[in-house]
Design a protein around this ligand. Structure first.
Ligand SMILES: *[C@@H]1O[C@H](CO)[C@@H](O)[C@H](O)[C@H]1NC(C)=O
Ligand SMILES: *[C@@H]1O[C@H](CO)[C@@H](O)[C@H](O)[C@H]1NC(C)=O
Ligand SMILES: *[C@@H]1O[C@H](CO)[C@@H](O)[C@H](O)[C@H]1NC(C)=O
Ligand SMILES: *[C@@H]1O[C@H](CO)[C@@H](O)[C@H](O)[C@H]1NC(C)=O
Ligand SMILES: *[C@@H]1O[C@H](CO)[C@@H](O)[C@H](O)[C@H]1NC(C)=O
Ligand SMILES: *[C@@H]1O[C@H](CO)[C@@H](O)[C@H](O)[C@H]1NC(C)=O
Ligand SMILES: *[C@@H]1O[C@H](CO)[C@@H](O)[C@H](O)[C@H]1NC(C)=O
Ligand SMILES: *[C@@H]1O[C@H](CO)[C@@H](O)[C@H](O)[C@H]1NC(C)=O
Ligand SMILES: *[C@@H]1O[C@H](CO)[C@@H](O)[C@H](O)[C@H]1NC(C)=O
Ligand SMILES: *[C@@H]1O[C@H](CO)[C@@H](O)[C@H](O)[C@H]1NC(C)=O
Ligand SMILES: *[C@@H]1O[C@H](CO)[C@@H](O)[C@H](O)[C@H]1NC(C)=O
Ligand SMILES: *[C@@H]1O[C@H](CO)[C@@H](O)[C@H](O)[C@H]1NC(C)=O
Length: 722
């Protein structure tokens, strides 16, 4: 993403001057304690010549954070260097030396880390000091991870200040250890590229945790269906091992993470300070395991494991034994949500057995969802070394049940639960944008100790040593075709950064957030989740097929996104139209365009053969979805979304595919002045009953044009607005 100069900065400066700011701080996401040393001088990043890594710590790593694969200080420095290029257009080399040189950013680790403390007063490896002098900038971390967070501060300030940063000093540490999000990738597959880009997005706001819910099924807790029906329900186990012991468990070959995928996801996320916390859900939500080994299911509920069956515990141990070596976090989640409450004793024994097993196998700790609070003086409670991920006040009271009894708790309270477009859920599909600022007690900020904003006695003090932090969760209860992969990003896009400020312990105000959000968002390195395309004007691409030399088509937009003919024969163009022969296609240098866009084209099929009009990595627009149905169809994540519309044969039709916010339309021009509007929608049924239609947002597919299509196209234009 390029650095986009913005006109809001003067407004921001005015705001910063006008607000009654109590603490000296830098306005960013999160805010940073900072004392300016000069009203008159600044450090212009245009003067920057080098990033200098302190020789003494060049190979140092953080041993205290959540990841077992921490980058070295030099590796973090290299990431910072490439971020300066992509966010700010600055090309700054990395050197290793024993001291700062003039106009450098000097990265080092503190000799004494005791000044970097969390909300409970403990030393944290994630703290850092930023010291901007007129000669050089010093970032001194409690560890290399702390240094990396310091580089995020410098990047953000340079973006907001248009390369000018104030002189001064600030020491900054997160209040809590776990900050981030969870996505249910079990009931909706999200490919590794998406996960990696989401890590870049989180990391820019200093969020360090990406919890992946890796196994689950549709329709839990429903007693109405038969076991035969349950055996056919959508269920997925996303870690795909070739170990014969797990053969048949992960049955969605194209929608799972193989070991090398999971390794790459964890490495790339760790390179930006983000730890993937994997969750394999047992002993509830286990239809995928029960479909694999039906004898392990409870006879009363096929979505639960029978914990007294002699093979159950050995089978779950085998799954973990095979997969633990894949995992590079110090904590893993065994789920343990929503089990049969009459079987609490068996459940607790299972959790404790898994806790012992996973510790003995790997030295890792386990986490479970809050389900059955400890019973006073009972000998069968869950061991206190197991951390609890609290989600609902109807399941437990995080403070009185757990924290007061010395259990560590991660706050995932359903105040920030989301479910991707569900008619059956009261949880919204978006992070509430204002709630982080006003959803806490008395309308104040929502810090990680907020378990009940109406009754503060349910909230532990901010400095409770048992408070692990906060993450927001996105569930896909309605399954794989309710949403697109990218819609999950939009669930977080606008609201999650505000929450990131509170998860860190910042004191950003909502008015400040609104002013800085767009500018920071446009500069997040390592990702292009918006599927933005740089363009000289609102016209991003224009193929009018008058400018062609026989093997390629010139883009007339001024952006030079020229297309190349593949297998179309020499000069497939006549009369400004291109003829597709059912084999070849045009390849473009683009992939997809995110919200908003208008992709207009004229098309004339010459046969009923179903082909692809446009295709990108996210979606494909086709003249049919297989079989004999010739309706215009968008294929996304393997699911067809079909319109009640078929293209006429041997007739030219003018179409526009329009992405407008969370909706997607096909405009069909009929005659001179009339346009018929079709909308892509998804049908959400509940076991075949009660159907609801929801809008669905597709990215415009652009990488290939016309593959498998027989007919002609002309006047292909992509605009960046709806
Ligand atoms: C603080 O420094 C000590 C000594 O180098 C080290 O052992 C410890 O891990 C560090 N603590 C943190 C939280 O980084
Ligand atoms: C900031 O860096 C300057 C130059 O090295 C040094 O004199 C000053 O003590 C530093 N300030 C802090 C608070 O570390
Ligand atoms: C659980 O498994 C045990 C042992 O096989 C069996 O006796 C029991 O009936 C099963 N319980 C249920 C509810 O399926
Ligand atoms: C638990 O045991 C303690 C100490 O024996 C006792 O004081 C307390 O009343 C017991 N609590 C319950 C709920 O039984
Ligand atoms: C968002 O949160 C605010 C503050 O907690 C609340 O008043 C508002 O109703 C929420 N909005 C939605 C759409 O839930
Ligand atoms: C068409 O132009 C492209 C790019 O300039 C060039 O690579 C290609 O060889 C040209 N084809 C012909 C037939 O001239
Ligand atoms: C263009 O190609 C089509 C299909 O091959 C053909 O029917 C038509 O006559 C051609 N038109 C011109 C002007 O050559
Ligand atoms: C197609 O038509 C049926 C019947 O009128 C309607 O229920 C359905 O929503 C339509 N589908 C789309 C994608 O518009
Ligand atoms: C295809 O479109 C026709 C209307 O053109 C509609 O009646 C039919 O239901 C559609 N088929 C599917 C599978 O949506
Ligand atoms: C995108 O389109 C939606 C719906 O038309 C509109 O509300 C939104 O403001 C548009 N976004 C931009 C950036 O133009
Ligand atoms: C689509 O976005 C609008 C705001 O632009 C919102 O009111 C609506 O609830 C959203 N619909 C869905 C299904 O997300
Ligand atoms: C989505 O899947 C459900 C079954 O789970 C099915 O009833 C529905 O038609 C599907 N919707 C679309 C748009 O394919």
């Amino acid at each position: 993403m390029g650095f986009v100069p913005s006109s809001v900065f003067s407004a921001l400066q005015l705001l910063v001057l006008a607000l009654p700011i109590v603490h000296a701080r830098l306005v960013g996401i999160p805010t940073v304690p900072f004392t300016e040393s000069s009203k008159y001088s600044t450090f212009p990043l245009n003067d920057l010549r080098s990033i200098v890594v302190d020789t003494k710590y060049a190979d140092a790593i953080d041993l205290e954070g959540e990841t077992l694969i921490p980058p070295t200080l030099t590796e973090f420095a290299n990431t910072f260097s490439s971020d300066l290029e992509s966010s700010l257009g600055l090309s700054i080399p990395v050197q290793i030396d024993s001291g700062a040189s003039t106009n450098s950013v000097f990265l080092t680790v503190a000799e004494d880390n005791s000044t970097f403390t969390d909300a409970a007063g403990r030393v944290t490896s994630e703290g850092y000091t930023l010291n901007v002098t007129s000669e050089s900038i010093f970032i001194t971390g409690a560890s290399p991870l702390g240094v990396f967070w310091g580089t995020r501060t410098l990047l953000q300030q340079a973006v907001l200040g248009e390369l000018i940063v104030p002189l001064g000093v600030g020491t900054d540490s997160p209040g809590w250890r776990n900050r981030g999000i969870m996505i249910d990738v079990a009931r909706k597959y999200h490919p590794k590229e998406f996960i990696i880009e989401m890590c870049a997005y989180l990391s820019f706001y200093k969020q360090n945790t990406f919890h992946l819910h890796l196994s689950d099924n549709l329709y839990n807790n429903v007693a109405r269906y038969s076991i035969e029906y349950a055996k056919t329900l959508y269920a997925a186990f996303r870690l795909n091992s070739d170990d014969p012991l797990l053969a048949g468990l992960s049955k969605r070959a194209n929608e799972s993470y193989y070991r090398e995928d999971f390794e790459e996801m964890q490495q790339k996320c760790a390179s930006r300070g983000v730890t993937i916390i994997p969750e394999i859900e047992t002993p509830g939500h286990t239809m995928v395991i029960n479909q694999w080994k039906p004898e392990l299911a409870l006879s009363t509920d096929f979505s639960l494991l029978n914990l007294t069956h002699p093979e159950t515990l050995p089978t779950i141990k085998t799954i973990w034994k095979v997969l633990l070596p894949w995992m590079h976090s110090k904590t893993v989640s065994i789920g343990a949500d929503e089990y049969d409450s009459t079987l609490r004793i068996e459940y607790n024994a299972f959790v404790n057995a898994m806790n012992d097993f996973i510790a003995a196998e790997s030295g890792k700790k386990i986490r479970i969802w809050g389900a059955f609070p400890p019973v006073p003086n009972s000998t069968s409670n869950v061991n206190k070394s197991v951390s609890i991920q609290h989600w609902a006040s109807f399941e437990d009271n995080a403070r009185t049940d757990y924290i007061d009894n010395d259990y560590s708790v991660l706050n995932t309270a359903d105040d920030f639960y989301m479910v991707g477009k569900s008619p059956f859920s009261w949880y919204p599909p978006y992070t509430n944008v204002t709630e982080p600022f006003s959803g806490g007690p008395q309308g104040g900020p929502y810090y990680p100790n907020t378990f009940n904003n109406a009754n503060s006695s349910d909230n532990p003090p901010l400095d409770s040593p048992y408070l692990l932090g906060h993450i927001a969760a996105l569930w896909n209860d309605i399954g794989p075709n309710a949403t697109t992969v990218m819609e999950a990003y939009y669930s977080f896009r606008d609201g999650s950064p505000g929450l990131a400020d509170k998860q860190w312990g910042g004191d950003l105000e909502y008015e400040e957030y609104k002013l800085i959000f767009d500018k920071l968002h446009a500069a997040i390195p390592g990702q292009n989740l918006d599927w933005a395309i740089p363009s000289v004007s609102d016209t991003i691409l224009s193929y009018d097929f008058t400018k062609t030399n026989g093997t390629m088509v010139k883009d007339a937009s001024g952006n030079s996104y020229d297309g190349t003919f593949q297998d179309l024969g020499f000069n497939p163009i006549n009369d400004t139209a291109i003829t597709f022969n059912g084999k070849g296609f045009i390849s473009t240098p683009l992939d997809s365009k995110g919200r908003n866009y208008t992709l207009s084209f004229s098309v004339r099929p010459t046969s009923e053969t179903q082909g692809t009009l446009f295709e990108g990595s996210q979606n494909a627009l086709r003249t049919g979805d297989g079989g004999t149905i010739g309706n215009i169809t968008m294929i996304s994540g393997g699911n067809p979304y079909t319109l009640n519309y078929t293209l006429p044969i041997n007739v030219w039709t003018d179409l526009s595919l329009v992405g407008a916010g969370n909706q997607t339309f096909l405009y069909v021009k009929e005659g001179e002045s009339s346009t018929v509007v079709h909308e892509f929608i998804t049908r959400e049924g509940y076991m075949g009953e009660n159907t609801y239609w929801y809008p669905i947002a597709f990215e415009a597919p652009l990488a290939k044009i016309g593959e498998g299509f027989e007919g002609q196209m002309k006047c292909i234009t992509l605009m960046g607005s709806a």
